[in-house]
Design a protein around this ligand. Structure first.
Ligand code: ADP
Length: 261
């Protein structure tokens, strides 16, 4: 393949054609991998449910202690499958560019604050959320539902992967013409060579752990698509065993001091 990088001589035309084919093949391979992944992801909860239902049928149903536990497992698996299918449908809509973002101008700081309020009510009790938000209004055009979903996905990961007694820090500031948002936790962290992969569909550092926590492996892939549709960037920094920070940026329109609101 070294010839592809050669810039001189008439062979250049051929290089372009070869490149096209490889790209198409790569897309095809990605599509095949995706189908395999989806099948595996659905098979796991289904086989789990089958064995629990079989056990119930074979007598566990009569055991007042075991029966509710087994039904609970079946219910959890069903709920995860529903989440998975909803996430898949959403990604497929985005792939087909079938969706229209409903942009409205909002004060991002206020919106972020509201989302955090909601998590404050529902989070595990021994986790603290610290807010470091500027005392200004930063107006930006976003699709509020989609942006709320991005924040939900990132914050719920921070909570999921936080240790008991951990602190989550939510920050927001401006840098040049962009707002930068960060959400940090003190959790398990992500090994360096996996950092960019966490935004890929179905990629998880620890599959079993993610499933146990109810994850679908699609949350950050959806967040990435949505941030890109908003003309922003998203990335992660992490120290294995010490914590993770997810950053994203968005272009903003204007800032106002809170007093002028
Ligand atoms: P999941 O449903 O598995 O959480 P995501 O797409 O949201 O899927 O995240 C992909 C993977 O990235 C997770 O399975 C986990 O391995 C890793 N990850 C995401 N956020 C964090 C975090 N805050 N701390 C540690 N690992 C994380």
């Amino acid at each position: 393949f070294s010839i592809i990088h050669k810039e001189d001589g008439p062979i250049n035309g051929l290089i372009a054609v070869l490149h096209d084919i490889t790209e198409q093949e790569q897309l095809e391979q990605e599509r095949r991998e995706f189908v395999v992944n989806v099948s595996h992801e659905l098979r796991t909860p289904l086989t789990t449910m089958r064995s629990y239902l079989e056990a119930l049928q074979e007598g566990a149903l009569q055991d007042p202690e075991i029966a509710p536990r087994f039904l609970g497992v079946a219910q959890n698996e069903t709920e995860r499958m529903i989440r998975l299918v909803n996430d898949l449908l959403q990604l497929s809509k985005m792939d087909k560019k079938e969706y229209q973002l409903q942009f409205t101008e909002v004060d991002f700081v206020e919106m972020f604050d509201h989302v955090l309020d909601r998590f404050e009510m529902s989070k595990r009790e021994n986790i603290e959320i610290v807010r470091q938000l500027p005392r200004v209004a930063i107006y930006t055009k976003v699709d509020q539902d989609k942006m709320t979903q991005v924040l939900d996905n990132i914050i719920s990961n921070a909570i999921k992967y936080s240790p008991e007694g951990g602190t989550i820090t939510a920050r927001c500031w401006t840098i040049g013409k962009k707002i930068r948002i960060s959400i940090s936790d003190q959790g398990v962290g992500i090994p360096k060579n996996n950092l960019s992969k966490i935004f890929d569909r179905f990629y998880r550092v620890d599959k079993a752990r993610s499933r146990e926590l109810g994850g679908t492996g699609l949350g950050l892939a959806i967040a990435k698509e949505m941030i890109h549709a908003h003309h922003g960037d998203i990335w992660a920094e992490s120290k294995w065993g010490q914590g993770t920070t997810i950053y994203f940026t968005l272009p903003y329109k204007r800032i106002r001091e809170v007093g002028d609101k």
